[in-house]
Design a protein around this ligand. Sequence first.
Ligand SMILES: C[S@@+](CC[C@H](N)C(=O)[O-])C[C@H]1O[C@@H](n2cnc3c(N)ncnc32)[C@H](O)[C@@H]1O
Length: 399
Amino acid sequence: MGIWRYDGTASSDDRRETETGFQPVGVDMGELRGTHVPVLLERCLELLAPALGRGGRTVHVDATLGLAGHAEAVLRAHPETVLIGLDRDTEALAHARARLAPFADRTHLVHAVYDELPEVLDRLGYPAIDGILFDLGVSSLQLDAPDRGFAYAQDAPLDMRMDQTRGVTAEEVVNTYSHPDLARVLRVYGEEKFAGRIASAIIRERERVRITSSARLAELVRDSIPAPARRTGGHPAKRTFQALRIEVNKELAALETALPAALDKLTVGGRMVVLSYHSLEDRLTKLALADRVRSKGPVDLPVELPGSGPTFRLLSRGAELAGEGEVAANPRAASVRLRAAERLDPDAEQQRGTDRERYRRRVKAMHQPGAVSGGSGKDPQPTSGDGTGTDVEGEGHDY
Ligand SMILES: C[S@@+](CC[C@H](N)C(=O)[O-])C[C@H]1O[C@@H](n2cnc3c(N)ncnc32)[C@H](O)[C@@H]1O
């Protein structure tokens, strides 16, 4: 339950539930792809439209600009919207700048890690934003670049930094981390069952000669995995490469800080959409949203105390998946998990809570001896949809 597949054509009410359990997610870093296709593009536009298209100038942040596929579509769909695009990869920014040249008068492209968003907004003079998209992970540009070391399918120096201007490389990680640290990285970020064996093989090899190439590392990993396990679950080096990339780029630490900061910057009615490709990214997203969509008041009070109600509502049912058609056309979409939320007006929410309570009391009164029709002569009606103030309530499943 809780995982929905978006087929790209259905309205948000028609989405089909097609999966029932946890599927380990992760980007296949071996397969080379010549073109970049933005994942769940129509769905992202649909979710962002009410926030960005409400008249007047609105501000959208693309926190992971990449090749600017999503960003360009947003700019085309919303002629009044100003785009702030962040990427830590200078090469991606150069591509994005060329692609977005026709919109140069309403774009700011910034070389930054997305956890620097508050400082970037301060610097640019935007105190608040209306929309934000996180399309996490690596871009096809990074995966396909022959010299960046992200892909196990081609030999390259072991770099894997998204920002090649700073930070430690994968080569430094594999040649300097202790056995326990290497094993932890592979087990936690790669969900690698043979983390200990792979870490031992790496340490044995580096005592002989420094490990410098992606091909040598991929070979070592393959040789450390028992033969029957090699035949299942894709390329044996897939999980190790994913784990090293997450470690090198400190991806989860940046996301953990960035999500609450981004939510804080949204205006009332502003919306955030997150596309995750790894279960840990999705877990962080779910936690950041769960914190905002629940009431912080005492559970037994019939109405919310001022300031204790939810500050966001979920727009996605659990985590949404891409439809089969999109996955067939774009392998990157196979592991995507989408979550989205909208900032609420606290006063309106408090009023809704009061209305709900009044309604409950009237219904209760109908069942009292002597009551005829709840007092007003009319059947009582809930004030807002299902009464939760939430048109699509996320189920918060732990899948
Ligand atoms: C999947 S791609 C985005 C693709 C983009 N949505 C498009 O349509 O072209 C992810 C991008 O986010 C960037 N990125 C990943 N982590 C980042 C971080 N912590 N801060 C800033 N950029 C990041 C990567 O460098 C990469 O270019």
